[in-house]
Unconditional design. Structure first.
Length: 210
């Protein structure tokens, strides 16, 4: 396990990130089943029968200091909504990446991803003192690229032929990063986005929210 990045529980706006553990296996299976997410070739979502192996591999990488995996939970119900991780952790240069991120279909395009990114970036920059936070994604995962760019991250370039997809094809990887000096503006943007979400969720005067 990395001496720099240690297990921690992070929470905000009804979302909780807690260190991934074997106890999350059933919840991860159910989250992945919401949308049959393992069938999407540009994601890392495990197939149902591979969920325990997915967790075990994440924990091995954690013990090597390479990754810190989290389960994403609904704070009120304890229901697992997905998973995310710090990875490619480089203590000597104070750099890490955020990835291995996926959510049940029902919470996609909600505030959940914004909250998770706020929590992870806030912990990385403000608590761990990271200099750079990075992201990487499949060159065909355009939704992921747009989401990363909305965070304020800068596109560093493309690594050609960098990894295998689940279907055996070779992917190019798009690399992004955000520096510590860019974090205050990115944080302001994330908080503003959450304020807009909170306002939209408020009931209309005299009745329920639409």
């Amino acid at each position: 396990m990395s001496a720099w990045v240690e297990p921690v529980v992070l929470r905000e706006r009804g979302v909780r990130l807690e260190p991934l553990a074997p106890a999350h296996e059933r919840g991860l299976r159910e989250a992945a089943a919401d949308g049959a997410l393992w069938t999407i070739r540009v994601t890392s979502v495990p197939e149902p029968e591979q969920t325990r192996a997915y967790i075990d591999a994440a924990l091995v990488a954690r013990d090597r200091g390479e990754r810190m995996p989290f389960a994403v939970l609904d704070e009120a119900s304890g229901q697992v909504l997905g998973s995310t991780s710090y990875h490619d952790i480089l203590p000597t240069v104070r750099r890490l990446e955020i990835g291995w991120t996926w959510y049940a279909r029902r919470v996609q395009r909600t505030h959940v991803n914004t909250v998770c990114k706020l929590l992870l970036m806030q912990h990385a920059f403000d608590t761990l003192g990271a200099r750079i936070v990075g992201w990487r994604t499949d060159n065909y995962n355009f939704a992921s690229q747009r989401a990363i760019e909305r965070l304020g991250a800068k596109k560093d370039g493309i690594i050609r032929g960098q990894a295998l997809r689940r279907d055996g094809t070779i992917r190019d990887t798009v690399m992004y990063s955000l520096s510590a000096c860019e974090w205050p503006e990115a944080r302001a943007q994330l908080l503003d986005r959450l304020r807009h979400h909170d306002a939209a969720a408020q009931p209309a005067p005299g009745g329920a929210a639409c």
